[in-house]
Design a protein around this ligand. Structure first.
Ligand code: EPS
Length: 393
């Protein structure tokens, strides 16, 4: 069964990622995973934390002699910042940090963070018990699992990339066709934007927001090329790939919206201006659907747009209430990022990779990579045989 889980607090000892269901025999090197972790750490607008960390995995299980074993893959990433938080985050009741006060209590919840709802739900006096896990630091472990899925998907000709389409209210000019490889072009920009003019303005807005103690959100476009037709299914609500993508992408911290293809714009147009006509050879005239129909992939590029709100930690804080006293207060300021939109793109790629890998393994099965590939090749031939005679291929 394909599944993954993560464990770890932002300033705890480290992060653990466990990924199950990857077939045996997949060539896998730590460098591939670490390259994705490094991409996630980048982006103009990040805070001082990223200067402390140097995220790298240690294999704990599931890989031997450069290949997967078919057993759960476990990876560990140490938090370097732990050294500065040992006392605050110590698991022991009688740790050197002393009482709650000295353990850097957080009692003034930030609006739009998990602080308040989490403290009430889990009945914690110290919102640090909530914020440490709600922190986007957890996405290190997701990106590690997603990187393994990317390596698997490459074996089937699937390539996933992303770029920043909007940041801080600046919209990049539409770039058509998108460059290939997409990530090579996007990663060359400090904000992962393909439009140099928009990039300059985005950087200026990040500088201005930083000076004002404010934060910025934005929109990322994720693209998966080479996805075969028929991943996911129309038969049940929870098998539908569009729904699964939306859930996975919405679960990224601070994400407030997900669109596939035209997304909300499709609701404003007439049907004739939305639907993708079918041409001889079963090609499509357009890809406004963004690569899914009826909860299944169409074989066209998968296009998802992901909207991130501004980070909720403001250096010029908003109004809140101190949970200890019940009195009006200013929200607590913790060191944070001005924006993490460029990094969110890398995380969104990982989430798309996880959903596609799961759907691909669901369809083609296999305990060993060779078996999965045999099943895949047979299916591709079957689909090709359905192309009407005399049509362009
Ligand atoms: C985060 C706050 C910042 C970010 C962090 C997410 O961390 P710190 O409080 O240690 O400065 O840098 O993101 C990461 C650590 C990361 O690896 O992405 C938060 O509160 O969500």
């Amino acid at each position: 069964m394909f599944r993954f889980t993560t464990a770890g607090e932002s300033h705890g000892r480290g992060l653990v990622a466990v990924l199950e269901g990857i077939p045996a025999g997949l060539p896998l090197a730590a460098e591939r995973v670490n390259a994705e972790l490094k991409r996630r750490m980048g982006g103009y607008g990040r805070g001082a934390r990223m200067k402390i960390e140097a995220d790298q995995i240690e294999w704990l299980a599931g890989v031997r002699a450069g290949e997967t074993l078919g057993s759960p893959i476990a990876m560990l990433v140490w938090n370097r910042d732990w050294e500065h938080w040992r006392d605050v985050m110590a698991p022991e009741a009688d740790a050197p940090g002393g009482d709650g006060e000295q353990r850097r209590q957080m009692t003034r919840p930030r609006p739009e963070h998990a602080d308040l709802a989490g403290s009430l739900k889990y009945d914690r006096q110290d919102a640090r018990d909530i914020l440490e896990r709600a922190s986007a630091r957890e996405t290190v472990a997701r990106v590690a699992c997603g990187a393994v899925c990317k390596v698997l998907l490459e074996q089937f000709g699937v390539e996933i990339g992303s770029h920043v389409a909007e940041l801080g209210g600046v919209t990049a000019k539409h770039h058509a066709p998108l460059p290939t490889p997409l990530n090579q072009a996007a990663d060359a920009s400090p904000v992962r934007c393909l439009d140099p003019e928009a990039e300059r303005e985005m950087i200026a807005r990040i500088d201005a927001a930083k000076a004002a103690g404010d934060t910025l959100g934005g929109v990322v476009e994720v693209v998966a090329l080479g996805v075969p037709v028929g991943l996911g299914s129309h038969v049940s609500w929870d098998a539908k790939l569009d729904g699964r993508l939306a859930q996975a992408l919405m679960s990224i911290p601070a994400v407030k919206g997900v669109e596939l293809g035209l997304g909300f714009e499709a609701a404003r147009r007439k049907g004739s201006e939305v639907h993708d006509e079918i041409l001889p050879g079963l090609a499509r005239a357009t890809n406004r659907a963004g690569g899914t129909e009826g909860g299944m992939t169409t074989g066209e590029p998968l296009m998802a747009r992901v909207a991130m709100k501004p980070i909720s930690t403001l250096m010029s804080p908003l109004r809140t209430v101190d949970l200890k006293t019940g009195s009006p207060a200013q929200a607590q300021s913790e060191r944070s990022d001005v924006t993490a939109v460029p990094a969110m793109g890398v995380i969104a790629e990982a989430m798309v990779a996880l959903v596609l890998a799961q759907a691909l393994l669901e369809k083609f099965g296999g305990d060993a990579l060779n078996e999965t590939k045999r099943n895949f090749t047979g299916y591709v031939a079957q689909v090709r045989a359905r192309t009407p005679k005399g049509a362009a291929s």
